[in-house]
Write a protein that binds this ligand. Structure first.
Ligand SMILES: Nc1ncnc2c1ncn2[C@@H]1O[C@H](COP(=O)(O)OP(=O)(O)OP(=O)(O)O)[C@@H](O)[C@H]1O
Ligand SMILES: [Mg+2]
Length: 511
């Protein structure tokens, strides 16, 4: 008998409620998981997905409802008890210790640490067995700080398996992965499934749900909506159940009206953190009224390009101009003042002060300016009115300018940064991975306002690993490979296969 035939639920969550302060963020949610199934959890930003899974893992206690693990009833969980019950969780922000090795990170916090003595060899054997069984490809002695995000995620999976997990919860596992890493991640999940493990995966990417999940539970604004058999449903149906309205996947754009050159990058050379060349005689220009999208596989110089433009990384040679004025190696502050706004790639390090309110975060860079302050005194009415209007425009939830950024869901935190940077009305908007972690409804809104900037005659530089997004949003696509632009195409003439080939270092074309 295969695992599929066994009709046993490993996990049942019944009528789960969670109240934070005055907010009921979960209201009667049901969730069922069987052995050997991959189960997606879908819902808009702020719907309560992370909260529900934190309850299952014991990080929050529910305000009401019941949890059954292997038919045993619990009214609340603790992480230690969850682990003893075979539940593992891989958070979106990995909880690894950078200077430690893979091996050290895996065994940290487990019973193999006896006092200060760690039986490394026994652990190494045990872990090697797991690695072989599931076909991981990882060096146990590499340091976390030296390995890619994709590998770090594998360390998190190994950590869970090493502790004996039969159920692994992933909170947006693919948001930070490249397409290649995503394919590998899906393969690993299928291997785990074959061994009878159960997987819960929170994701906003409907395509992934179709590819990997057996079932999908949908929640909307804290309420259980439906449990769907994925093979019997379409992406469109999933999206509409999730947002409760029709979703428009296509970006609506007017004819392009090109103006003067805004950003002009001429032959720049830039080094990476190890002092090796990463941008090599890189040139690119963006005009008023156009969105130029950079397509490329992660690690080909995209991050360093943004850093070089925004003054965070030294330009060794070559020049960068904004509206004809040279800004090469100017200070970050001077560059912002000269008219560049950036939606940063790493929004946790740069972007939000988590202990500040939504209002404070919304005016972070313009707090000393009219109409937000005068003679050093803040005008709170103007600040809050402005924030409230941004909350409405960008659909930030909850609609509360006093809420602490920390208490917002991941996607709603992103929306604060997006709203702030887009509304700066810069001459040049740099948008790095602008819709990472957003639900399809929110993506629609963000795309609309990025296009609005372009229609106002602003220049937009888009960097995204999602080829679909680059193709939908851009007017012109430039492919980056090994620190150089290897080809450019007008978006309406671009072909996905051709772009893919160039991104992999294949033939280069030029208009
Ligand atoms: N510690 C907290 N205090 C107060 N409110 C909270 C707290 N944690 C979460 N919330 C609220 O609970 C709601 C659900 O948040 P949750 O993080 O579960 O959403 P999510 O579905 O994971 O969204 P996303 O897709 O954006 O990650 C949100 O409105 C959020 O603001
Ligand atoms: Mg979340």
């Amino acid at each position: 008998m295969s695992y599929k035939d066994m009709d046993d639920n490993v996990i049942v969550m019944k009528n789960i409620t969670k109240i934070f302060g005055k907010n009921k963020v979960l209201d009667g949610v049901n969730f069922e998981l069987k052995r050997g199934e991959i189960h997606a959890l879908l819902g808009e930003n702020g719907a309560g997905k992370t909260t529900l899974m934190n309850i299952l893992y014991g990080l929050h206690s529910p305000s009401g409802g019941e949890i059954y693990i292997n038919s045993k009833k619990y009214t609340s969980m603790r992480p230690k008890l969850a682990v003893e019950n075979g539940i593992g969780m891989v958070h979106q922000h990995f909880m690894l210790i950078e200077p430690f090795t893979v091996l050290q990170n895996i065994i940290l916090g487990t019973e193999d640490i006896k006092g200060i003595f760690i039986d490394l060899e026994t652990s190494r054997k045990k872990i090697t067995k797991i690695i072989e069984k599931y076909g991981f490809n990882i060096d146990l002695d590499a340091k976390i700080q030296d390995i890619t995000v994709g590998l770090q995620q594998k360390v998190e999976i190994l950590k869970a398996l090493y502790k004996g997990a039969n159920v692994i919860i992933f909170d947006e596992p693919t948001a930070v992965l490249t397409p290649q890493e995503i394919t590998e991640f899906i393969k690993i999940c299928n291997n785990l499934k074959q061994e009878g493990k159960s997987i819960i995966v929170i994701t906003h990417k409907l395509e992934e749900i179709k590819k990997m999940a057996d079932f999908c539970t949908i929640i909307r604004r804290g309420k259980f909506i439906d449990k769907i058999t994925v093979s019997l449903s379409s992406e469109k149906e999933l999206a509409e159940k999730m947002v409760g309205r029709e979703v428009n996947f296509k970006v609506n754009k007017k004819e392009i009206k090109l103006g003067d050159t805004v950003l002009d990058i001429q032959d720049i050379n830039v080094l990476d953190n190890r002092n090796l060349p990463i941008l090599n005689n890189f040139s690119l220009s963006v005009k008023k009224g156009e969105i130029v999208g950079i397509a490329g596989v992660d690690g080909n110089g995209q991050s360093q390009l943004i850093e070089a433009i925004t003054g965070l990384r030294k330009v060794e040679s070559g020049k960068i101009f904004l509206l004809g004025k040279e800004i090469t190696n100017k200070s970050v502050h001077e560059i912002i003042e000269s008219g560049i706004s950036t939606i940063p790639e790493d929004r946790h390090k740069r972007g939000l002060v988590l202990d500040f309110s939504v209002s404070e975060n919304m005016i972070l860079e313009k707090r000393s300016k009219h109409p937000f302050s005068k003679n050093g005194i803040f005008n709170f009415k103007n600040i809050n009115d402005y924030t409230q209007s941004m909350i409405e425009k960008f659909d930030i939830r909850p609609k509360d300018f006093n809420a602490k950024a920390r208490d917002l869901s991941g996607g709603n935190q992103q929306k604060i940064i997006l709203a702030r940077e887009i509304d700066n009305n810069p001459d040049l908007l740099i948008a790095a991975q602008p819709t990472r972690g957003l639900d399809v409804g929110a993506i629609e809104i963000i795309h609309k306002y990025i296009v609005e900037q372009r229609d106002k005659g602003k220049a937009v530089l888009l960097i995204s690993f999602e080829l679909d997004e680059v193709m939908d949003l851009s007017d012109r696509i430039a492919v980056i490979y090994k620190g150089k632009i290897v080809g450019q195409k007008n978006a309406n003439e671009a072909d996905e296969n051709e772009l893919g080939l160039m991104m992999a270092g294949g033939t280069s074309i030029n208009e």
